[in-house]
Design a binder for this molecule. Structure first.
Ligand SMILES: Nc1ncnc2c1ncn2[C@@H]1O[C@H](COP(=O)(O)OP(=O)(O)OP(=O)(O)O)[C@@H](O)[C@H]1O
Ligand SMILES: [Mg+2]
Length: 391
């Protein structure tokens, strides 16, 4: 028997080759000095975003009461910052108070964990689409990438000043020795109202650090690390969304402890549902141990969301019926459909909210996808309002 291949050489060779190749690709697509910008919005889109008539938006523009939009081919085009300005101005000066949906005194910042240890169940896609939806609606959102694979981070291209090697992930704020201030690792993005904390391999160090800490000091104090770090900045946001890694480790447990609400995306496939059942069983057994020591998490809600759904596929239709029967009210009414529009947008490192409809070769496909995502997000928004005690 011959064993010529050194596992160490293999791993090191390909990790470095791949990293170089990916870096080059990323540099070509997103040169460090190229600033990403968010697209602009037509009066029709602004009216839809603000839930007012287009005539009303035109009237405000004609009377020069709001921000001055750029004219493009005779059409008024607004930046997201201008939409936000218009929103706040209309809410403050007019009778449309509801236009500013940000939380008020007595409503706490909602920390939502998007989690499931089944890989590829749409956690990252769900997080980015929910986050962008909320930012477009005028909320202040912080997205926290808790996956060392850093998929959510990668969706932002090259962020200025972000270096995953230089301790710029949440690990720096949750480590036991000399943690940094959480505010120092937050990055603004090209989307107004949407900030991120990036991820990198460094996040895996939390697992070893917790093991050492437990040996040193015992107890379950590590569970509070994520919560303590996020508390520092919670005042500045309406929502903090955490995109989890496909694993149930100390970091996931700590994020579940920090969460005020949980969202579990699941494709309606036998294997995914089976894996989710195991995830729940394992999480349940951990939670029971924590309950016994009095540190179990209390959430406002925990909901399942069917993702990548293909209604015409019989096995999926059957599985979704079964899920509805089992999960009852804990399964969101709306499912997110499987769509090449979503897959394409993510390949372009964008959410559907960032891409112009005209960029898709089949705009109808885009329409169906965005309609489905909007419906799920709007259902979630109602749930968030309920948690705040709003009507
Ligand atoms: N609604 C959708 N329609 C089509 N493709 C989708 C949809 N949602 C996600 N995908 C694709 O499925 C794959 C997995 O999605 P995503 O990365 O969001 O899952 P994940 O749960 O975050 O994965 P991981 O466990 O690796 O973190 C991606 O290639 C993505 O483009
Ligand atoms: Mg992911």
């Amino acid at each position: 028997m011959t064993q010529h291949l050194s596992s160490l050489t293999f791993m090191q060779t390909f990790s470095s080759k791949l990293e170089t190749a990916l870096n080059n690709l990323s540099m070509a697509q997103f040169p460090p000095d190229a600033r990403r910008t968010m697209r602009t919005f037509s009066s029709t889109e602004v009216a839809a975003l603000l839930d007012v008539t287009e005539a009303y938006i035109r009237q405000v523009a004609q009377k020069e009461q709001g921000p001055v939009p750029e004219m493009l081919n005779g059409r008024r085009m607004y930046t997201l910052e201008q939409v936000l300005e218009l929103r706040i101005a209309l809410a403050t000066n007019g009778r449309k108070k509801w236009l500013n949906p940000r939380r008020v005194d007595g409503e706490r910042c909602q920390i939502i964990a998007v989690t499931n240890f089944k890989g590829g169940s749409s956690k990252t896609s769900t997080t980015i689409h929910l986050g962008h939806y909320l930012a477009l609606r005028g909320y202040r959102v912080l997205a926290v990438d808790l996956d060392p694979q850093a998929s959510l981070t990668a969706l932002h291209g090259n962020l200025p000043n972000f270096d995953y090697r230089a301790g710029d992930t949440l690990y720096s704020a949750i480590r036991f020795e000399a943690p940094v201030e959480t505010a120092s690792i937050i990055h603004k993005t090209h989307i107004a109202g949407f900030d991120v904390i990036c991820a990198g391999l460094e996040l895996t160090e939390f697992e070893t650090a917790v093991a050492l800490e437990m040996r040193r000091a015992g107890g379950t104090g590590f569970l509070l690390r994520v919560s303590q770090a996020l508390e520092q900045v919670a005042d500045d946001y309406d929502f903090i969304l955490m995109d989890s890694a496909p694993s149930l480790n100390f970091l996931t447990l700590s994020s579940l402890t920090a969460a005020t609400g949980v969202l579990i995306p699941v494709p309606a496939h036998m294997l995914d549902v089976d894996s989710t059942a195991k995830f729940l069983e394992l999480a349940g057994s951990y939670m029971q141990i924590l309950d016994e020591v009095g540190t179990s998490a209390q959430w406002d809600f925990a909901k399942f969301l069917i993702t990548k759904f293909e209604a015409n596929d019989h096995p999926q239709a059957n599985m979704s019926a079964l899920m509805r029967q089992v999960f009852g009210e804990d399964l969101l009414l709306n499912s997110v459909i499987k769509s090449t529009a979503v897959a394409d947008a993510l390949t372009w490192k964008q959410s559907l909210y960032e891409v112009q409809r005209s960029r898709f070769s089949a705009p109808k496909t885009y329409d169906r996808a965005i309609e489905s995502i909007n419906a799920a997000n709007s259902e979630l928004e109602s749930l968030f309002w309920k948690a705040w005690g709003r009507e």
